[in-house]
Design a protein around this ligand. Structure first.
Ligand code: PMP
Ligand code: GLN
Length: 390
């Protein structure tokens, strides 16, 4: 949380500059290896890049339809059927958005009234709190604790009140790399059904999952399809984080709420990138298996290096990210200070996890590194990090 800005609305006070803006600027200023903001440093599949170029060259450069281009909506529906056996209507149950970010914003703004409560597990992606604040809603956090980051279902139950409208879930989970187990998902679903809550589930890392674990979409659990809005994005899966093609899928009445808000955010976006992401979603199963395996090797490389550098490492099973406890290297456990110093000490940028908590003290000693980088970049970062003890 940052200092008070004189002109900023009361509801956005404290949301000054995102940690990603702050830390990526520091990476540039200090010429550091940037393991902070989560993005890959290689391009995605040639077919996907070529499809975007072809779309530009064939004149797909004006406003696409509000709900998204038909080819992409159909590809999203085919993808849900192929991977999860779920059927959706591409005309009423799919909404294409400007990244998962706009999917989150339009969903929360479209569903929540002032005073409504949102339950979310924390740490959580920083946008969640900001979007809830923009919607005028109150966040009720349920904290996941290392090393297991297991979901405490009793605490979840206690967080439900008469004002609770929805549970916002993220699996695989940023910043911990946790993949919620089927038991946890079922227990969360039970609470949602018992209290008639909507579940908004952010599954942007659905294909970035390791160790043979399976991604379990919340909407596939019994009784959940009708109360779940699923959010995903092409950015992570196809190494195109700058294209901002995301989507929301769910029952028509819930999608309509998000669509209403979306009209007044961007209206539409990413015209020529929509058919390109459609091409990506239609790639063979082998593509999806390979990206997960490649990232798993990168995870292994960085985690081993972080252990050697002296951190206490919490092994992730998905996403781009690994969280470490810095206290073996900095006894006061001040993760923010550690991340501010690190570029100057050794030329590496990381993210302090405290920004992902409603109460920064809970994540003070934790720091996130991204491993979505080439092996030589990870090796360079590790050798620099080892130097801080030397
Ligand atoms: N949700 C999570 C959990 C994320 O980590 C991110 C960040 N990349 C987003 C949503 C936003 O995705 P997009 O770039 O597609 O807007
Ligand atoms: N989702 C990415 C991360 O968590 C990028 C975030 C951003 O740039 N807003 O690092």
């Amino acid at each position: 949380m940052s200092d008070r800005l004189p002109h900023l609305s009361a509801k956005l006070q404290g949301f000054g500059t995102t940690i990603f803006g702050e830390m990526s600027a520091l990476a540039v200023a200090t010429n550091s290896v940037n393991l902070g903001q989560g993005f890959p440093d290689t391009d995605g599949p040639r077919e996907v890049l070529d499809a975007a170029i072809a779309a530009i060259n064939s004149g797909h450069n004006q406003y696409p339809p509000l709900i998204g281009m038909p080819t992409l909506r159909h590809a999203i529906v085919e993808h849900q059927l192929r991977f999860y056996g779920m059927e959706f209507d591409p005309d009423t149950e799919v909404l294409v958005t400007a990244g998962a970010s706009e999917a989150l914003a339009s969903t929360l703004i479209g569903l929540l009234d002032t005073g409504d409560e949102v339950i979310m597990f924390e740490p959580s992606y920083d946008m969640y709190q900001a979007c809830a604040a923009m919607a005028g809603a109150t966040v009720r956090p349920v904290t996941l604790h290392p090393p297991s980051y297991a979901a405490e279902i009793d605490e979840l139950r206690q967080a439900v009140s008469a004002r609770t409208k929805l549970i916002l879930l993220n699996t695989p989970h940023n910043p911990t790399g946790k993949v919620f187990s089927r038991e946890e998902m079922q227990a969360i679903a039970d609470v949602a059904i018992e209290h008639d809550l909507i579940v908004v589930t952010d599954e942007v890392y659905e294909h970035l999952i390791f160790d043979g674990l399976e991604h379990i979409p919340m909407a596939t659990l019994p009784g959940m399809r009708e109360r779940t809005l699923t959010i995903s994005s092409g950015g992570k899966t196809f190494n195109t984080t700058g294209w901002k093609v995301g989507w929301v899928i769910g029952p028509a009445a819930l999608v309509a709420a998000a669509r209403t808000a979306k009209q007044y955010l961007t209206y539409v976006s990413s015209g020529p990138f929509q058919p390109a992401i459609a091409a990506g979603l239609r790639l063979p199963d082998s593509f999806f298996a390979e990206i997960a395996l490649d990232l798993q090797h990168k995870r292994d490389r960085l985690c081993a290096g972080l252990v050697e550098a002296g951190f206490d490492v919490f092994h992730p099973h998905g996403t781009y990210f690994v969280t470490v406890d810095i206290r073996p290297l900095r006894s006061d456990g001040d993760g923010y200070a550690f991340c501010r110093d690190l570029p100057h000490r050794c030329g590496v940028v990381a993210i302090p996890n405290e920004v992902f908590y409603t109460d920064a003290r809970r994540g003070r000693h934790l720091v996130r590194f991204a491993f979505s980088k080439r092996f030589e970049v990870l090796d360079e970062a590790v050798s620099r990090l080892k130097g801080i003890n030397a």
